[in-house]
Ligand binder design. Structure first.
Ligand code: NAP
Ligand code: G4F
Length: 326
């Protein structure tokens, strides 16, 4: 049987890595893209002759039903979201429409068109927010700290609800932060790797950041997309934490990134109130024992390797050694 996967959010960081992975596994890959006045295909340009794209939007139920009827996927990976926490404070309703209700629109389209489709929901460690225990696992209570985190809790529970109500093969991956050279420029890791490279090349003198004490469990996105696929290969759908199991501060990220370029981060980083959040998630560190034992998932990238990978890629990008995404 042809294995056909539909990826929402294929133009995003994870969508591009997942598309590569599924193509290597022999899948036909179709990506849902939303209409835009400019091209947003930078991360998937190198795959465009190997994947299909179809227009649709998580805000538009009919478009979801239509594309499921047309493409008849066997697996659906819902990676689309308004995914930036800071923006969710300024646009809480839009974030809820896309990141929360969008999940219901897609699940309901699956229920109507083909309830045998296997479904992956991109849940998030942001659901743990003000953490009730350290490290966080599948049983840790949720306490989201942003409209984004609240929307992800809704998306998580509606996935569980459709599994329990309609018997859908619907799984939820509670993924901790994962990064790469393809990370959006507004997220702190890429902001630092890109900013440090600009300073090294004389294009900037300073980098303005917010809370340097926040701790995150950062892994490499290329490792994490495999866990998504592994969940849909299980006989029984379930929920899994996916994490590296280590935590580092934004300050430590700066230290390694600037240090790799022979710079002292303290000479360049300026703390700027505008990047602080109304409510902060201070510390995340995940316990991925279940994913490691049940799925056999493992990661392959240390914190230092991740930082260096991102800084080197930004040095290449900014110094004109433009490489195709690899
Ligand atoms: P990303 O780079 O921000 O990509 C988000 C994707 O969603 C983009 O392709 C975007 O399309 C699409 N999108 C946004 N609104 C949409 C809408 N209304 N309809 C259809 N598509 C829409 O995010 P990511 O880092 O790859 O993350 C993938 C998913 O995992 C997200 O759901 C995120 O919340 C979740 N997650 C991420 C992490 C992490 O550390 N990266 C951790 C846990 C969970 P455009 O290109 O058109 O904007
Ligand atoms: O890189 P961030 O914006 O990522 P955040 O908020 O952890 O969210 C990311 O990971 C989640 C998984 O836990 C995903 F669900 C979500 O979609 C997204 O991918 O911020 C990380 C930390 C925060 O504590 C923030 O306050 O870095 C701190 N920070 C300090 N200065 C900054 C800055 N964050 C940003 N974006 N920009 C700064 O200048």
């Amino acid at each position: 049987m042809t294995k056909r996967a539909l990826i929402t959010g294929i133009t995003g960081q994870d969508g591009s890595y997942l598309a590569e992975f599924l193509l290597d596994e022999g899948y036909e890959v179709v990506g849902m893209v939303r209409r835009s006045s400019t091209v947003t295909f930078e991360r998937i340009a190198h795959l465009q002759d190997r994947i299909g794209t179809v227009h649709g939007d998580l805000l538009d139920q009919a478009s979801l039903i239509d594309l499921l009827r047309t493409y008849r996927p066997t697996e659906v990976y819902n990676l689309a979201a308004q995914s930036f926490v800071q923006t969710s404070f300024g646009q809480p309703v839009l974030t809820g429409e896309i990141t929360a209700l969008g999940v219901t629109r897609l699940l309901d389209a699956i229920r109507i068109v083909d309830p045998d489709i296997r479904f992956y929901q991109a849940s998030s460690s942001e659901m743990f927010g003000k953490v009730h225990e350290v490290p966080q696992n599948e049983d840790t209570p949720f306490h989201p700290r942003s409209p984004y985190g609240v929307a992800k809790v809704y998306g998580h529970w509606i996935t569980v609800n459709y599994r329990e109500s309609y018997g859908l093969h619907a799984s939820s991956g509670m993924l901790f932060n994962h990064e790469s050279p393809r990370r959006g420029l507004e997220f702190v890791t890429r902001k630092i790797s890109h900013g440090a490279a600009r300073i090294k090349l004389g294009l900037d003198r300073e980098l303005r950041l917010g809370n340097l004490e926040a701790h995150r469990d950062w892994g490499f996105a290329g490792d994490y997309v495999k866990a998504m696929w592994m969940m849909l290969q299980q006989e029984t759908p379930d929920d899994y934490v996916v994490a590296a199991g280590r935590t580092h501060s934004v300050r430590e990220f700066c230290n390694v990134a600037f240090g790799h370029l022979g710079l002292n981060w303290e000479d360049h980083v300026v703390v700027d109130e505008q990047f602080f959040r109304p409510a902060e998630v201070d510390l995340l560190v995940g316990d991925a024992t279940k994913a490691r034992t049940v799925l056999g998932w493992k990661d392959s990238t240390t914190f230092e390797e991740l930082v260096v990978m991102m800084v080197d890629a930004d040095m290449d990008l900014l110094s004109g050694k433009l490489r195709p995404i690899s």
